[in-house]
Ligand binder design. Structure first.
Ligand code: ZZB
Length: 260
């Protein structure tokens, strides 16, 4: 699985995260939450960044003055992909529980929200997939759409400010069947009431992928008017060239070929 890992620079730590990191990290260093995405062309639509509140994350040194927040598992994979300046070396500066990050402000590359977006909790984040950090695009991802709706509804319960979950999702991709925001369209159509409606969400994701990727047209950004299929590698390259993202592969089963 070839992901695009996006670098969301921390602009402001939530108080609990600042407390947990105190004394463990050099001052003046840059910190990034690094969600793994299969849809780099949707990054214009980021409205927040999700962590699993019960997942333990590591703060890993990637280079001098550069630290990445993700799961141990992701760090172990990245260590052998030419991503850290010391190949094969994993340096964990600190460990933090996901819930402690909630409320932090991060810069989301390409997002229409230029002042940054908030880190919010998502109960359904899988610790065994990607980096355990997920960037949220409620216009095109049904899971994200259902989660932000739930967060806004129960803001007090989740210990967040309602406004953080209520940022308007900009329209980024036009689709012939589901309009300009396919996720809310499908969430409504399949009568999805909460992030716990796993089965319908799985179906909605499937439909959104197919329609968005094969029929979608960009309505925002440098490749506005182009088909998603052709815009996707271009947006990805732009992000990587700008140093705002990097390629990250999830090892499935390693196949060793002797003949090359
Ligand atoms: C932004 C985005 C925008 C995504 C979109 C999807 C969509 P898949 O196909 O099941 O492999 N994701 C990444 N890591 C995790 C995790 N640890 N736990 C839960 N979700 C995770 O799913 C890959 C997608 O699942 C990734 O791409 C990420 O969300 C999320 F418009 O990033 B995506 C129709 C989907 N649209």
């Amino acid at each position: 699985q070839e992901y695009t890992a996006l670098k969301l620079r921390v602009l402001e730590w939530a108080p609990k995260a600042a407390e947990a990191l105190k004394g463990k990290i050099p001052e003046g260093a840059n910190f990034y939450l690094v969600p793994a995405t299969l849809r780099p062309e949707t990054m214009y639509g980021q409205t927040c960044c999700f962590v699993g509140p019960k997942i333990t994350y590591g703060v890993f040194k990637a280079a001098d003055n550069e630290y990445y927040v993700m799961t141990d598992r992701a760090a172990r994979n990245m260590a052998y992909q030419g991503i850290f300046s010391n190949e094969g070396v994993i340096e964990k500066a600190a460990e933090i529980l996901g819930s402690d990050f909630v409320g932090s402000l991060v810069n989301a590359p390409l997002s229409v929200y230029k002042d940054g977006v908030r880190v919010l909790p998502m109960e359904t984040v899988l610790p065994t997939k990607g980096t355990g950090v997920v960037t949220s695009v409620p216009s095109d991802s049904p899971d994200d759409c259902a989660t932000v709706a739930d967060l806004a509804k129960k803001a007090d319960y989740y210990g967040i400010q309602k406004e953080w979950a209520e940022l308007e999702a900009p329209a980024i991709i036009h689709t012939p069947s589901y309009g300009d925001r396919c996720a809310p369209f499908l969430v409504k159509k399949l009568k999805i009431a909460s992030p716990k409606d796993t089965k319908q969400l799985e179906e909605a994701k499937e439909l959104a992928y197919k329609e968005g990727y094969y029929q979608g047209t960009m309505i925002i950004g440098d490749f506005k008017g182009e088909k998603v299929e052709t815009a996707k590698p271009k947006v990805r390259k732009q992000l990587i060239d700008a140093g705002e993202a990097f390629a990250y592969s999830e090892p499935e089963r390693k196949v060793v070929s002797r003949s090359g």
